[in-house]
Design a binder for this molecule. Sequence first.
Ligand SMILES: NC(=O)c1ccc[n+]([C@@H]2O[C@H](COP(=O)([O-])OP(=O)(O)OC[C@H]3O[C@@H](n4cnc5c(N)ncnc54)[C@H](O)[C@@H]3O)[C@@H](O)[C@H]2O)c1
Length: 384
Amino acid sequence: MVIDMKELRIGVVGTGFIGGRHIDAISRTTGARVVAVADPVLDKAKKTAEGIGANAYTTVDEMLEKEELDVIHNCTPTNMHYEVDVKAIEAEKHLYCEKPLALNAKEGDALLALLEKHPVANGVNLNYRMNALVQDMRSQVEEKAPGRSFLVTGSYVQDWMMNQDDYDWRLEPQNGGASRAIADIGSHLFDTCQYVLGKKITAVNAHLMIMHPTRQHYEKTGGTFDKGKGKLLGEIRVVNEDAASIMARFEDGTEGLFQVSQVSAGHKNDMRLRFDFENCSWEWRQEENNLLYIGHRDEPNQIKHREASALSPHAAAFTELPAGHPEGWNDVLYQTIRAFYDSIRTGSYREGKVPYATIAEGAWIMKIIEACLASDAGGRWVDV
Ligand SMILES: NC(=O)c1ccc[n+]([C@@H]2O[C@H](COP(=O)([O-])OP(=O)(O)OC[C@H]3O[C@@H](n4cnc5c(N)ncnc54)[C@H](O)[C@@H]3O)[C@@H](O)[C@H]2O)c1
């Protein structure tokens, strides 16, 4: 296999919360360098660029015009994903886009169609599947070790939107989309479970909840988890959900039960999954991502630690530290981006079998989100 080790020149669009995390992760990869960043808030772009010796722009157009880039990371708010993605794909840059892929399923499908014409490497940052223990679960399922799948249970709960005066652009449907909690964090639940099982969600029955029908609208100029509220601009009517309960059916008949919430006190980024199989069960929590709880009926339960010697050879490639040296959220993002760049260097992205989520998978998740909205509106099961 020919591996192209030329340095990858990276452009990061959007320098808020997640843009900063991408830049940090990229700095840990070998043979890739962020050479340009773009953000309409020029001061922010400049401050980020100065720290890493990159150039700062206010628009992706200017960045594409002035820079020789190999890869674009799209770290903008959700309403800008489609536009920035189209520009990157049409310029034939490899593209790594934040989740949810787009504002709606139509945009997701249009991106897929565009990729037919310009087949660049493409990824969506549904990053939780890239945990070594999640990759290991996937390996076990591929080998059919756990047996037939019975049930999946998942929750992803946070508290950063709990108070009536918590404000964020995700509350504005034109910026965040018609769905909030499901699109923002349910997308991760759907992706991780689909990945582990190797099966798509094909039908949902969802109930959406709004705890604060109105919220105080603050200017909020900082990034997502910034505590500064800025000026009070008035009050808004809330139209997208704070929380949701979702029943889901996978293509092999496995039943799933999911809850998402951004109003659950004390839970910061609490994503938990349980898989029940014929031979065992698995429980994994994002905030304790170095451990996998394995349940047995007739023998003692086990706890598997994230360490290369305990994992499948495939999954072992997604962890670097020895046992007892916990890896965390940032390490997983680094592994995700490393895997994306590796697929560019080896050309393996052209064969379609990559560990990270692709735009095709992100587009399917947009359809699941829309099915959840339709299900809630109609009070019934809806096929994806
Ligand atoms: N995968 C994850 O775990 C994860 C975590 C957080 C956020 N995200 C996703 O990342 C995206 C950004 O979220 P965030 O939390 O970083 O938001 P944020 O508000 O902290 O940052 C967004 C940044 O984008 C900039 N921006 C706005 N319009 C732009 C444009 N046209 N071109 C360039 N920059 C633009 C803003 O000025 C801001 O600096 C969202 O889609 C979100 O869902 C993913």
